[in-house]
Design a protein around this ligand. Sequence first.
Ligand SMILES: *Cc1c(COP(=O)(O)O)cnc(C)c1O
Length: 356
Amino acid sequence: MKKYNFNAGPSILPKETIDNTAKAILDFNGIGLSIMEISHRSKDFQAVMDEAVALFKELLNIPEGYSVLFLGGGASLEFCMIPYNLLEKKAAYLNTGVWANKALKEAKFFGEVIEVASSKDANYSYIPKDYIIPTDADYFHITTNNTIYGTEIHTDIDSPVTLVADMSSDIFSRPIDVKKYGMIYGGAQKNLAPSGVSFVIIKDEILGKVSRSIPTMLDYRTHIKDGSMFNTPPVVPIYAALQTLKWIKSIGGLEVMYKMNVEKAEVLYNEIDRNSLFEGTAAKEDRSLMNICFVMKEEYKHLEADFFTYATERGMVGIKGHRSVGGFRASTYNALPKESIEALVKCMQDFEQAHK
Ligand SMILES: *Cc1c(COP(=O)(O)O)cnc(C)c1O
């Protein structure tokens, strides 16, 4: 049976990424060896690293003065590296969900943390708007896409202090104005590559301003200086990331990607709003293009398990909502074809017919 992959992460990747990575695992560049069994300092792998960095810069239009890094440890390690490297006295965080909270918690090990606003009062179903960023904070941290709750900050916000953004689940989903950010980071396993690598885009001049000493491996300057090769980088995930970047470029770049993402999300949101059995959980203006959360209306809650079985039997994979929201979540990352959305919509329509 055909599978429609709506997994939240690790999640669907372009077929090209999987095919090309599989090939390189068997025989890399025709050298007769696997990419897994050669030195990361070899000419062939150095070319992969250089091209991945160059494509990051090209696709995101990253200005001069920023470095692109590929590191291990996932987005979760960045949660502590950020305050380690940037927090001297005080940092400000926007609390938009589980991941934002995890980031905030790590900052508390290093200094004072101001939670400028929170949407916890409504189970993080919206993005707080009216908040004041303290101008004496060392940085302001946001989570642009809240993978669990299906909310997203759709614009590049203005911040009077260094803006730091966790873009784990919406990087490369739209063009961004990188110069508004001091740092953008995330785990690669949502929209870019298999797990094992995180990406960091950092403005060089924001570093070196804290008075504490930083262990070598946790100091961003180490990785900038050594081109993400201070130690052995996650070679295979970086190779896979490069394949995804090439695929994005072949499609026409981020303007085209964004247009496709808007179109895909619209089809599913329209059905959620039209269908008499379902309703969305996120505030309309904050609805994510990447993670679409919906539940059964109160009077149909008893059908939730039935719908899950019904959809699973029709090839839908990974549509169970996160336990803290319940219901359903369809992750509609870049690589998800529109055809998958159409299959899910058809499934919702047929289920509605059967239960009228
Ligand atoms: C998945 C996710 C993370 C965690 O990433 P790891 O690489 O597993 O540490 C952090 N932030 C957001 C927004 C995520 O979606």
